[in-house]
Design a protein around this ligand. Structure first.
Ligand code: SF4
Ligand code: SF4
Length: 381
């Protein structure tokens, strides 16, 4: 198999966040200290070496950047201060841009102007929809469903969910093609893919490998965050007609909203403070997209609970305006982050573990089959 070498690759990758990759001297210290590096996937030294040498094909089929959970231990012990943890983070951004066929992800990661413009344009679109198409504004009591009929908001939710899932799914297919490309996937029995599906679901739901990264509290916070936004997504995509109701009465379903809001605000707030303090290795380096994602998630939760509070307080106009603001933050965040930005790691990480296991199972079954083959004695001449 021929390998194409791109001497400018390390510079291209560097634009996605990390400092100079060439500082690494390949001593291997980082791989030795990494608790997640093992027989199935050896990193980060080898992955960094591919980037230094410009072996793009190897990097594209590499799952290792997704198997790193950025504990920062390797960066703390690197003798060259090459910051391997941040290099792996940068590689995740670079790979996200490679998987994305639209090219938007690359633009958003490489240009703050592009990201701010895209978010602002989407926010303006949401506001314009309300300016031109909102329902009657009842002002003597809160009637959110008259101002923004739930059936229309629901249709908008479904269209957006379908669109974003399609983008993400096609990018996931591209990741599969790159990772399994040299493995002739047609030779791998479909039953192995099916058998390993449990791995995909388990890691998508729990990201449990993080526990092995010696940072239990970070894993718990991340797990809480997942439960928070899954609850919120269910409330707005599946149960909206029960969640968005009129009047100033309190309903039991609000408890789910409180949980989701509390978790989202607590965890994102804590992450923002940690990034501002820059004490731990993982919080010392923040890309502009890290900030934008955290701030938007925090503001989405904050404006959501403010809509609820204003509705309970019986303030019609502030409720309607806050509702528009809430959607003008939430919609751009979802459109940008789910298929093209940071949130896409929720699909790529478990898929990386899944494909690694599929390969391993295939190798194992091939070895077992070979061992079971009767040995044919060589004829004596
Ligand atoms: S990143 Fe640092 S620890 Fe890892 S191989 Fe390079 S120089 Fe060594
Ligand atoms: S940041 Fe942690 S998990 Fe990632 S490569 Fe370094 S030691 Fe391993």
């Amino acid at each position: 198999m021929s390998t194409t070498v791109d001497p400018g690759l390390h510079k291209e990758i560097g634009c996605f966040g990390c400092d100079d990759i060439t500082q690494c001297i390949n001593c291997g210290n980082c791989t030795a200290v990494c608790s997640l590096s093992g027989e199935d996937a050896v990193f980060p030294r080898k992955t960094i070496r591919y980037a230094q040498l410009g072996i793009k094909d190897r990097l594209m089929e590499s799952v290792e950047p997704w198997l790193c959970y950025y504990c920062g231990e390797c960066s703390e012990t690197c003798p060259r201060q090459a910051n391997p943890g941040e290099i792996m983070m940068t590689l995740r951004r670079w790979l996200t841009a490679q998987y994305d066929w639209t090219g938007l992800s690359k633009k958003l990661y490489l240009s703050k102007t592009w990201e701010v413009f895209a978010l602002a344009a989407l926010a303006a679109f949401v506001v314009a929809l309300f300016v031109f198409f909102h329902g009657p504004m009842v002002t003597d009591r809160v009637e959110l469903n008259t101002f923004a009929p739930v059936v229309w908001v629901e249709i908008g939710d479904w269209v957006m969910a379908l669109l974003l899932s399609s983008f993400l799914f096609t990018n996931v297919l591209r990741m599969h093609r790159y990772v399994m490309g040299s493995w002739l996937p047609s030779r791998i029995p479909f039953s192995i893919y099916l058998r390993e599906l449990k791995t995909l679901v388990l890691h998508a739901m729990t990201q449990k490998r993080w526990k092995d990264c010696d940072n239990l509290s970070r894993w718990i916070k991340h797990l809480l965050l997942v439960t928070g936004y899954v609850t919120m997504l269910l409330l707005i995509v599946v149960f909206l007609r029960w969640f968005q109701t009129d009047g100033s009465q309190w309903r039991p379903i609000d408890l789910l909203g409180y949980y989701a809001t509390g978790v989202l605000m607590f965890v994102t707030g804590e992450m923002i403070v940690s990034r501002l303090r820059r004490r731990e290795e993982i919080h010392k380096h923040s890309h502009s997209t890290d900030w934008i994602f955290l701030v938007l998630l925090f503001l989405t939760a904050l404006t959501g609970i403010l809509v609820h509070g204003l509705r309970l307080a019986g303030l019609p106009l502030p409720t309607y305006y806050m509702y528009v603001l809430h959607l003008a933050i939430a919609v751009p965040m979802l459109v940008i982050e789910v298929p093209f930005g940071k949130w896409s790691h929720l699909a790529y990480r478990p898929l990386a573990i899944y494909l690694t296991n599929v390969k391993k199972q295939f190798e194992h079954s091939s070895q077992t089959a070979n061992a079971a083959m009767p040995t044919v004695a060589s004829p004596n001449y």
